[in-house]
Design a protein around this ligand. Structure first.
Ligand code: NAD
Ligand code: TDX
Length: 339
């Protein structure tokens, strides 16, 4: 474990999105000496409401774009570290229109790295296991930090590109950077375009859930709160220049997850529609989190998926006002794609 690094002022990009807002809440609740500045463009995926309840003296909110270099020059002198979550994050959107993915994920990360270099700010880059491509269902292997990059989708290829930029800026310019590649997150505040909240809100609305392809694709689920604690462990105790994989041994097929949602919401196991598969759909993701656990002693708290899912279902039931106004448009977009 590296000597502890203790930031006092952190910039959280994408802090009004799903994982970034959960991270901002986690820091405010668990790290009393740390001040958070959120920078978020409030795209369709960002929602100021996600940060409700955070005391004013603990957080500043800046509405702006990570590609705006003059704005970064104003913010960076006030922070010691940036934790970079901002991204276009949805695979299906990247297939329909890749342009915003290249801009935000590649150019945006470049702009932040240049600002970090200029102002001597530490950099934690939040990335995904999708940079490693996919594994066969019968392959005993899991991804490790040594697995070669082999991204499949426009989304994952832009995330892979951003990881490469971070590595180069560390090696060439000495930017003090760490990278984490995490598996699929679930929990509160996730946009209803994503698999789990889409199906939960479908059931609430009386729409049949939609399963792509043969439903056997496997994702390695982790609760977003465990992602937050892992990112904090890497930022404060990780070795500069290193990559850490984050996962919580949560491999499940999509059809198993859907069956758990249907059962948890009182529906029959066959009460869903099979729909068109995602082009280039990755078969299986699986993380070997040995390095993170051994080197940093990190442990997930949410090890019972059924319980985490039940809490997530309850959250979407109790927070209908948070998602209801966008449901129709999300489903219309999917319907136009045959999904
Ligand atoms: P999200 O789509 O819910 O949130 C993204 C946030 O970034 C939004 O608030 C949006 O307004 C903001 N944003 C987008 N473009 C911006 C720009 N140009 N400037 C400033 N802000 C901008 O995404 P998420 O699911 O919370 O993912 C957050 C990060 O975690 C991403 O980098 C993603 O690649 C990574 N990640 C996600 C998962 C997952 O399961 N969702 C898993 C591993 C890694
Ligand atoms: O309606 C659906 N039906 C369905 O079967 C949707 C929306 C998805 N799926 C399938 C596709 C995937 O196999 O469910 C699985 C999960 O889909 P998503 O929620 O779109 O997630 P995924 O594509 O796996 O990517 C997610 O995890 C890695 C995040 O969106 C990424 O940002 C992250 O990097």
């Amino acid at each position: 474990m590296a000597e502890a690094y203790e930031p006092e002022n952190i910039l959280v990009t994408g802090g009004a999105g799903f994982i970034g807002s959960n991270f901002a809440h986690w820091v405010v609740e668990n790290q009393p000496g740390v001040h958070v500045t959120v920078l978020d463009a409030l795209t369709y995926a960002g929602n100021r409401e996600n940060l409700a309840g955070i005391p004013q003296d603990r957080m500043d909110f800046v509405h702006g774009d990570i590609c705006d270099a003059p704005l970064l020059d104003e913010i960076f002198p006030k922070v010691d570290a940036v934790v970079h979550f901002a991204a276009e994050s949805h695979n299906d959107n990247s297939i329909a229109d890749p342009a915003p993915f290249v801009r935000t994920n590649v150019e945006g990360t470049y702009c932040l790295l240049e600002a970090a270099r200029k102002h001597g700010v530490r950099f934690h880059h939040v990335s995904t296991d999708e940079v490693y491509g996919d594994l066969a269902l019968d392959d005993p292997a899991r991804f490790t930090e040594e697995t070669p990059y082999r991204p499949s989708s426009p989304y994952s290829s832009t995330k892979a590109s951003s990881d490469m930029l971070v590595r180069a800026w560390h090696r060439t310019y000495g930017v003090r950077a760490t990278i984490s590649n995490c598996s699929n997150n679930y929990g509160p505040y996730q946009h209803i375009e994503k698999f789990i909240p889409r199906q939960i809100t479908n059931v609430i609305c009386g729409i049949r859930p939609k399963l792509y392809g043969d439903g056997l694709n496997v994702r390695d689920w982790i609760h977003t709160e465990d992602h937050s604690s892992a990112v904090w462990a890497i930022l404060t105790h990780g070795r500069v220049g290193e990559t850490y994989l984050i996962g919580a041994d949560g491999e499940r097929s999509n059809i198993d997850v859907l069956h758990a949602i249907l059962e948890g919401m009182g529906k029959a196991a066959d009460d869903f529609d099979w729909v068109r598969d995602r082009p280039g759909h990755d078969r299986r993701y699986a993380i070997d989190p040995t390095k993170l656990r051994r080197e940093l002693g990190w442990q997930p708290k949410h090890t019972d998926f059924a319980e985490g899912l039940a809490q997530t279902i309850a959250w979407y039931r109790e927070n209908e006002a948070w998602w209801r106004s966008v449901k129709e448009a999300v489903e219309a977009k999917y319907a136009a794609q045959g999904q």
